[in-house]
Write a protein of this length. Sequence first.
Lengths: 242, 53
Amino acid sequence: MSLWEYANPRRFMDTTGWLTPWLAAAAAICLAVGLVWGFFFTPDDFRQGSTVRIIYIHVPAAMMAINAWVMMLVASLIWLIRRHHVSALAAKAAAPIGVTFTLIALATGALWGQPMWGTWWAWDPRLTSFLILFLFYLGYMALWSAIDDPDTAADLTAITCLVGSVFAVLSRYAANFWNQGLHQGATLSLDAEENISDVFWLPLLVCIAGFVLLFLTLVLVRTRTEIRARRLQALLLRERMA
Amino acid sequence: MPDLGEYAFAVLASYGVTLILVAGLVGLTIRQRARVARQLAEVEARMAPRDDA
């Protein structure tokens, strides 16, 4: 079986119809367990005190803000190269989720930064690239809304997505490129011997799984809605032409 | 409830903002899904007799 079979809207709807409730349930369980574990059953950090609890929402939200854009980039490339409508609609569906995660990362970062750095905001490389990513999300969604022809909208938003990917990559690696910022280095890294203590790491891992599953659930539900909306438009057009 | 000390505002506000934004996103997603599904069902029901003819 080929992955491209899911480019067929009917096949996509059939498969995701039964998958979505399971993903939603898994997301709810992971988020409930991870957040309750992190908030109620982990100790204060010796330097950051109780603010360390913000890590359970800030880090997963920031990760998913970037990964949502990467998913949109892959879907946009598939649209540009192979012209599969489902991929264009999946990219469109992911944008509101990505912008929400970006806003959560920015807001929780500011709330965390104020007591730790003494400021809500600094023009730090990672913070600034994240703000630009947020603006790209808004621009991407505005472009979809502004163009009536769906194929033209998909083309132009795909190009916007390619350009915005520079800032998605910068958001991910800015803390490694530049050292002059206030933001600390990456909290989690595959090449580090130890990232953070297991007492924080394990509930964080569950929260990350919860955010990933929440993202997947919402992307599937929203893509299904976009496919239905596209069919609705086609039927209404057919009705008017009859 | 853990003792959040002097950072209670930062921690609770972070969780509060996240809860509001995620709940808003989920609510909007469910509402849009229901609206589009209802409209599509109406149009399909309206067009079904014509397709049969």
